[in-house]
Ligand binder design. Structure first.
Ligand code: NI
Length: 391
């Protein structure tokens, strides 16, 4: 049996489901119609499901009962982005768009349900299909799925993400760090406001804030080792109210992305030290807070990654496997690591002959819908292979 070929049976339905979702996207935590849509599909198939939270669904296919339990996860939420793709199935929800490919993830997972439903008798164990809400914004949907307790019996959970900078037909199944942890950086600089014509009577918060931004550049470049790398970016600097007023207060907001506790522990101390000392050198003061968001780094289990690579090679051929560099993107998939080892797989979705590449979260993002067959075939075959192992 060729699982990859079997995706053809459901290709049209999968594309239709994805396009319906794309046209009707819902923001994180508000995926009510999407949840109903998923349930309707499951009921048509006669698949058992549970609703572990207000939005989101866990579908269950039980095979032979002596095996393990594997979780397969897709996120279902969209982003607050105004779509500019010009596609005929563009979003009808003003200012909301599936700009991260979660519509493709959901449709792929539904396709996986359909394929594995055909192979139920060959499954030596149980598969839980996690249609997870609220990946993009806190509170984390993954945390809700974990807290429900419905996944406590999983011995591994696999997540997928499409990538618009990877050609369709390619797949990355690699061990170790995949997605970064994230911390919010907030700095308030307090000076003394006054007349712009007489700066000597004031303490200029803008000047101190600008110097802090520049001095923070040395945290990553001079203080962190290659073992404990990180990215530190200041995204906003707001200061002042008028051209002829020296600003008395500046507010900076930024983010740190990292992979190790050592890195963030050092960044917390360094940002505090540099911001406070720099402000002090200008007679200003700084209040500093660097707080981890709660989503840790996604680290792939090396055994699962080796098994996953074997599965991918078996169905797509060795040339489909590719290396995707680690990035500073953040994912709440790491929340599942409190239950069991994880495998996070990246699926190529770009096709230069059909459309221009745009990054994930872009208002012009497009994907090659063939990527869903790769995602579904991988998840289905991995479930069969993983559950077939002797314990
Ligand atoms: Ni995403």
């Amino acid at each position: 049996m060729d699982i990859f070929k079997q995706t053809a049976l459901f290709k049209e339905e999968t594309i239709a489901l994805r396009r319906h979702m794309h046209q009707n996207p819902e923001l994180s935590g508000k995926e009510f119609a999407t949840t109903e849509l998923i349930i309707k599909e499951l009921e048509k198939l006669g698949i058992e499901y549970i609703r572990p939270a207000e939005t989101g669904v866990i579908a269950i296919i039980k095979g032979r009962d002596n095996g393990r339990v594997l979780g397969l996860r897709a996120d279902i939420d969209a982003l607050p982005v105004e779509e500019e793709t010009g596609l005929e199935f563009s979003s009808v929800n003003h200012g909301v768009m599936h700009a991260c490919g979660h519509d493709a993830h959901t449709a792929s997972l539904m396709e996986t349900v359909k394929i594995l439903n055909l192979h139920k008798d060959e499954l030596n164990g149980t598969v839980k299909f996690i249609f997870q809400p609220s990946e993009e914004f806190l509170p984390s949907g993954a945390e809700k799925m974990v807290d429900s307790g419905e996944l406590n019996d999983c011995s591994a959970i696999v997540g997928i993400h499409v990538k618009s900078d990877m050609p369709v037909g390619k797949i990355s199944v690699e061990p170790g760090p995949r997605m970064a942890a994230s911390a919010g950086v907030d700095i308030k600089v307090k000076g003394k406001s006054g007349h712009a014509g007489i700066p000597s009577d004031s303490v200029d918060a803008t000047v101190a804030a600008a110097a802090i931004v520049m001095n923070l550049q040395t945290v990553v470049s001079r203080e962190l080792s290659l073992d404990n790398m990180a990215v530190l970016s200041i995204g906003t600097l707001n200061s002042g109210t008028a051209r002829n007023v020296i600003s008395g207060e500046a507010v900076l907001e930024g983010t740190c992305r990292y992979y190790s506790d050592e890195a963030i522990e050092h960044v917390i101390k360094a940002v505090e030290r540099i911001a406070k000392c720099t402000a002090g050198s200008f007679r200003a003061e700084a209040e500093v807070s660097v707080v981890p968001s709660g989503c840790k780094a996604v680290i792939n289990d090396s055994k699962l990654a080796a098994e996953g690579a074997k599965t991918a090679e078996k169905i797509f051929g060795k040339e489909a496997l590719c290396h995707y560099p680690i990035s500073g993107l953040n994912e709440d998939f790491s929340k599942y690591s409190t239950i069991c080892p994880l495998l996070y797989v990246l699926i190529g979705a770009q096709n230069d002959s059909k459309f221009e590449p745009y990054p994930l979260h872009s208002s012009k993002l497009q994907i090659d819908e063939d990527c869903m067959d790769y995602a579904a075939a991988f998840m289905a075959q991995f479930a069969l292979d993983y559950l077939a192992q002797d314990l």
